[in-house]
Write a protein that binds this ligand. Structure first.
Ligand code: MF3
Ligand code: CO
Ligand code: CO
Length: 263
């Protein structure tokens, strides 16, 4: 495994942090906007089109995934056993599906990256529990963030919570530093040992985005080169926030309007 060297991870200046706040807000706004529209009968391609137009025409921003390393669409849509990086297309959403929408927006050169689970119609009790466990796992991880904490504390907390529910954590994909660059150091693993890994410092910005499988943790990449699915075809859920390390602890840059009002 690659060790994360402390000096490869840059901190953001106050001006850069302000730009990250603006970008994060826009990513959250995309998810807020689309949440009112997602419904059974819609295709993932339609969701992509609505988000794309909103980002480009309303936000005057750039959808980061589009053409990123050849990705063909503006958001990722990952349905049911798709773990991440699902490509929007002709797939029609039906009642009972669970869907992750992952939006990354570039504004004034800075990235905001967030994703949420959406439940179409009435999901099964198991599907709902999986989504709720993923959400709580992300938040428990985020709450470990403060200067002096180790990234291993975050990973261990998420892994322990998820595995305690009988679910598993995907290891092949992780959170990431973010700023002018979409994916930069550090790698933010969603498993690990307390007291290990990068020591956090105020001004660092990175994502927390655990992928939680109902079955085994193993994944496979489909032939399109992007879509990641669970090997055992079990359901998978993911939530993502972009976070700033502050002197006091953390600031979540991608809260939705409802969460901002409650804060
Ligand atoms: N938004 C994803 C993440 O959380 C990355 C998507 S890359 C893409 O890191 F090319 F698939 F869009
Ligand atoms: Co991300
Ligand atoms: Co993302």
């Amino acid at each position: 495994m690659l060790m994360q060297s402390q000096n490869q991870v840059q901190t953001k200046t106050p001006a850069e942090q302000e730009a990250m706040r603006r970008a994060g807000r826009l990513a959250a706004d995309v998810l807020d906007m689309i949440s009112a529209k997602v419904r059974a009968g819609m295709t993932t391609g339609e969701i992509d089109r609505i988000c794309h137009d909103y980002i480009v025409d309303v936000q005057l921003a750039v959808p980061a995934p589009l053409n990123y390393k050849g990705f063909p669409k503006s958001i990722c849509t990952s349905v049911n056993h798709v773990v991440c990086h699902g490509i929007p297309g002709d797939k029609v959403l039906k009642a009972g599906d669970i869907l992750n929408i992952d939006a990354t927006v570039i504004k004034d050169g800075f990235h905001g990256d967030a994703s949420r689970m959406f439940m179409i119609g009435e999901p099964s009790i198991q599907a709902r529990r999986l989504c709720e466990t993923g959400f709580e796992a992300m938040w428990r991880g985020i709450r470990t963030i403060r200067p002096g904490a180790h990234l291993g504390d975050l990973g261990h907390t998420i892994q322990g919570f998820v595995e305690g529910h009988g679910y598993s954590i995907v290891r092949e994909y992780c959170g990431h530093g973010i700023g002018r660059v979409f994916h930069e150091d550090p790698q933010v693993l969603h498993y690990g040992e307390p007291g290990t890994g990068l020591v956090l410092e105020a001004g660092m910005t990175f994502t927390v985005e655990p992928m939680v499988n109902a079955g085994k943790r193993h994944v496979k990449l489909l032939g399109d080169g992007w879509t990641v699915v669970t090997k055992d075809h079990s359901l998978s859920a993911q939530w993502e926030h972009t976070v700033l390390v502050t002197p006091e602890g953390f600031e979540v840059l991608t809260l939705g309007a409802a969460e901002r009002a409650a804060a």
